[in-house]
Design a protein around this ligand. Structure first.
Ligand code: CA
Length: 227
């Protein structure tokens, strides 16, 4: 999943970013309300973690503005400890949940999971392409009924491909969704990961599902891809 963190305390921001990355998410961080609000609108995130007190524009204003502009991405607001007033104002502004600071990472993670789950009731059903299956709840992947063991990043990549079946996905698009905004589309990291994934998913099977469209990107399909 792709998550936006808007938090001006660098230490907190990096702690959140590091933890979420370890969970396999792509995480972008911005340090003020203006930039955070801008990117919340232009990029397609699965979740936004928004601090309440931010320079340039506070979290309440950011939240209200993105809602007015039609962004329906779930927002988890970080508030001051036990401030009922902050909580009410956050929810009024269109936040989906709030978490008082300071918090344990496990607590943040539980809220994140709940919001992502709520966001994607549809997204929780098993993803399939031919005899390849991925269960987003158990994170189990099988091909022709046999378990496939993937690393966290390979799993995220496969999930992204399965959520966008039969669509040509450029390296830039994959980089943005599976890595993060600092990803260099010129690097060959994606090609390397796709090649690992392909050897685990397609090798030894008659039907190849992960196809390369030279110079354009990748496509997951059980039909003949347009070469
Ligand atoms: Ca702050």
């Amino acid at each position: 999943m792709k998550i936006l963190v808007v938090e001006d305390e660098e230490r907190v921001a990096h702690f959140i970013q590091k933890g979420l990355k370890e969970e396999g998410h792509a995480v972008d961080v911005y340090y003020d309300g203006e930039e955070g609000g801008f990117y919340a609108e232009v990029n397609d995130y699965d979740l936004i973690i928004l601090d309440l007190m931010l320079p340039k524009k506070n979290g309440l204003v950011v939240c209200r503005e993105i809602r007015e502009r039609g962004v329906s991405t779930p927002v988890l607001m970080l508030t001051a400890r036990d401030s009922v007033e902050d909580k009410v104002r956050g929810l009024d502004a269109g936040a989906d949940d709030y978490l008082p600071k300071p918090f344990a990472f496990e607590e943040l993670l539980a809220r994140v999971r709940a919001l992502l789950r709520r966001r994607s009731e549809v997204k929780t059903s098993t993803l399939k392409m031919a005899d390849l299956e991925l269960d987003p709840i158990t994170r189990q992947v099988t091909r022709a009924g046999k378990g496939v063991r993937l690393t966290t990043k390979e799993y995220s990549l496969l999930e992204y491909l399965l959520r966008n079946p039969k669509k040509l996905l450029s390296r830039t698009l994959i980089g943005e969704h599976v890595w993060d905004m600092n990803f260099d589309p010129e690097s060959n990291v994606i090609d390397v990961y796709v090649s690992h994934l392909r050897s685990k998913v397609d090798k030894g099977h008659d039907m190849q599902l992960i196809h390369t469209l030279r110079g354009q990107g990748y496509i997951l399909t059980d039909e003949a891809p347009f070469h």
